[in-house]
Design a binder for this molecule. Structure first.
Ligand SMILES: [Zn+2]
Length: 262
């Protein structure tokens, strides 16, 4: 039951992310009842908007102008759905009471983070308004986590330090490089992801994992000649992917890492 609901929600929210990223870039209202083809601007009917299935059915081309619809659409829809399902399956405690509200807020945050990653990937910038909106939701979620933890001070300090470390490290890098290596958006994202990582250790782990993924992906792209050594690649998508990896498998990574040395 919950799984079916999450699959439907995941596909719907994923489809929303695709339209949303384009809307904020075009400075259109965030939410709009009508969807259109980004190429021919033809209004799309409900049958064209079924996540993944419409794309497969139309064999990846627009029904009206026959131009290719980017693979981005089904990939984003599938990613949001998978993240919803993993969150549910790997959720550390019983989903009842306040925990349900925390889970619901987390679902919104996943959607927003995927939108941020997609935006950064497409336009090489992290929209400030979206980061602050997510920060607002994350603060409400964190407050609920503190209140339901029973150990208020420890829980609060963990969240606050996680955020300060996440944002602080990027702020220092930003200052040292005078904004050349990373942008102000990465600093704001650092505070948000640090808060979501919920402890200083996990916050550091997010940055560490992001650097490894970033280096691996860059090397792979350079060796495939898809990227020049000098080209800039956005760091946001790596940080956001790293946060999800740490949320879901942080415990395992830390355990494995300790095992390497002890
Ligand atoms: Zn079209």
């Amino acid at each position: 039951m919950a799984i079916t609901l999450l699959v439907i929600l995941g596909l719907a929210f994923g489809s929303f992310v695709n339209a949303f990223v384009w809307r904020i870039h075009e400075k259109k209202p965030w939410v709009n009842a009508r969807s259109m083809c980004p190429n021919c601007q033809h209004e799309l009917k409900a049958i064209d908007l079924i996540p993944i299935l419409s794309w497969l059915w139309l064999r990846g081309v627009c029904r009206y102008c026959h131009k290719k619809i980017s693979l981005q659409y089904p990939i984003v829809e599938a990613s949001v759905t998978i993240l919803f399902l993993l969150s549910y399956i790997l959720w550390p405690s019983m989903l009842r009471g306040t925990e349900i509200i925390i889970f619901a807020l987390w679902i919104f945050i996943i959607t927003g983070l995927v939108a941020l990653a997609l935006y950064d990937l497409r336009y090489m910038i992290l929209p400030t308004k979206l980061i602050y909106s997510l920060l607002g939701v994350a603060i409400i979620m964190s407050a609920l986590i503190v209140f339901s933890s029973g150990i208020y001070l420890v829980s609060f300090l963990n969240l606050a330090l996680g955020s300060i470390i996440g944002g602080g490290i990027f702020y220092v890098i930003y200052l040292i490089s005078r904004g050349k290596w990373i942008g102000g958006g990465d600093v704001r994202l650092g505070f948000l992801l640090g808060l979501l990582a919920a402890s200083p250790g996990r916050s550091l782990l997010v940055i560490y994992v992001a650097s490894i993924i970033g280096a691996a992906v860059s090397l792979a792209l350079i060796s495939l000649k898809r990227l020049k050594r000098s080209s800039l690649i956005p760091f946001g998508p790596f940080l956001i992917s790293a946060l999800f990896i740490v949320q879901f498998y942080g415990q395992h990574i830390m355990h494995w890492y300790r095992g390497l040395f002890l």
